[in-house]
Design a binder for this molecule. Structure first.
Ligand SMILES: Cc1cc2nc3c(=O)[nH]c(=O)nc-3n(C[C@H](O)[C@H](O)[C@H](O)COP(=O)(O)OP(=O)(O)OC[C@H]3O[C@@H](n4cnc5c(N)ncnc54)[C@H](O)[C@@H]3O)c2cc1C
Length: 315
């Protein structure tokens, strides 16, 4: 059972673990790409793996409800915010590059490193493999946890090593093969968070890398809505040959709105925050789409974004 309120003493103890004091009552709309979500009771930004580990072990010992947040590009928080502690490794963003004799290069990035930075560093170093991930926002930790990907390639395909921390404060290392993954999921051990990930890449002709990048950039520019806050694709594709966007478009939802939220006219699997949308507006559209898909096509749509409730026993 989780305690509902973090006491003053607990906030002081959290403060003593961290390099910088935690913040109270932070509007989650400021920490998410949807720009939606009420206040979190407390938000902590550990700078070092050791403080991240100590913090997770503290929240377990104290029974504090917590949520690990990356860049917030794949989450929908409630309008009531989050009762408990939001921990974000966004200030842990060291990146290192190691080459071995055969040309193989390993890039290791801490959980808070922006994925786009890793992709652009790899491409600038003349390394191939990550081009299709260009344009996926978010942090390395979030990308691993969601197994973000595009055009048939996912982050886990390229991940050769993961360093995790769990709520006992212990760090573990997983190699490829030690963790299961699939379409937009990565089976991390329970109660663990990503500290860093390593990707192994090979050198290639830089013109070829640039050509692939241009292809990806053009595809994204033509197929994704721009200019309004969103969280990427809302639903997973129900099957490889049934894109959720095409199904939702067929059901006639393009341009449907509720409050400030709208099903994008560019790509029906995106819901955009057109004008100060509330989480309840977005959830209304989501429920309508799920109901219609099931009723009219028999397809059960599954969320790709993570809906985080303001309070419940476990997230
Ligand atoms: C415009 C746009 C385009 C997008 N395009 C794509 C796309 O092409 N392909 C795709 O797959 N996604 C896409 N996304 C979705 C999103 O960018 C990815 O899922 C991204 O990897 C999420 O990373 P994040 O840091 O923002 O994670 P968050 O949104 O912060 O968190 C997502 C999940 O990861 C968990 N998490 C975060 N950090 C950690 C950690 N260190 N350890 C353990 N768990 C953690 C959270 O608890 C949560 O469950 C898009 C989003 C937008 C806004």
């Amino acid at each position: 059972m989780f305690c509902l309120k973090i006491s003053e003493t607990q906030i002081e103890q959290i403060s003593s673990i961290l390099e910088t004091p935690p913040l109270r009552g932070v509007p989650l709309k400021n920490l998410t790409s949807f720009r939606v979500g009420g206040p979190a009771d407390v938000v902590a930004f550990p700078r070092e793996p050791v403080s991240f580990a100590r913090l997770l072990s503290f929240v377990k010992d104290e029974g504090i409800r917590y949520f690990v947040l990356g860049s917030g590009t794949n989450v929908l928080f409630d309008d009531n915010g989050f009762r408990g502690l939001v921990v974000t490794p966004l200030r842990m963003k060291r990146l290192s590059v190691e080459r071995n004799g055969s040309g193989l290069t390993r890039i290791t990035a801490q959980a808070g490193t922006p994925l786009p930075l890793v992709v652009s560093r790899a491409c600038r170093l003349g390394l191939t493999g990550m081009e299709s991930l260009w344009g996926i926002p978010g942090s390395v930790g979030g990308a691993v946890a969601c197994n973000a990907g595009a055009s048939g390639l996912s982050v886990a395909d390229l991940t050769t090593k993961l360093e995790l921390v769990n709520t006992d404060g212990k760090t573990t290392e997983l190699k490829k093969g030690d963790f299961e993954y699939g379409y937009r999921f990565c089976n991390l051990p329970p109660d663990s968070a990503v500290l860093q990930a390593s990707f192994e890449l090979y050198p290639a002709d830089s013109n070829e890398i640039e050509r692939k990048l241009q292809e990806v950039k053009t595809r994204r520019r033509l197929t994704q809505p721009r200019g309004y806050p969103n969280a990427g694709c809302v639903f997973k594709n129900p099957a490889t040959d049934i894109p959720a966007g095409a199904l939702i478009e067929k059901l006639g939802f393009k341009g449907t709105s509720c409050g400030g939220a709208e099903v994008s006219k560019v790509h029906a699997n995106f819901i955009i925050n057109r004008n100060k949308a509330k989480a309840r507006d977005i959830l209304f559209l989501i429920n309508k789409i799920v109901e219609a898909a099931q009723k009219e096509t028999g397809v059960v749509l599954e969320l790709e974004i993570r809906h985080v409730k303001s309070s419940e026993d476990h997230v």
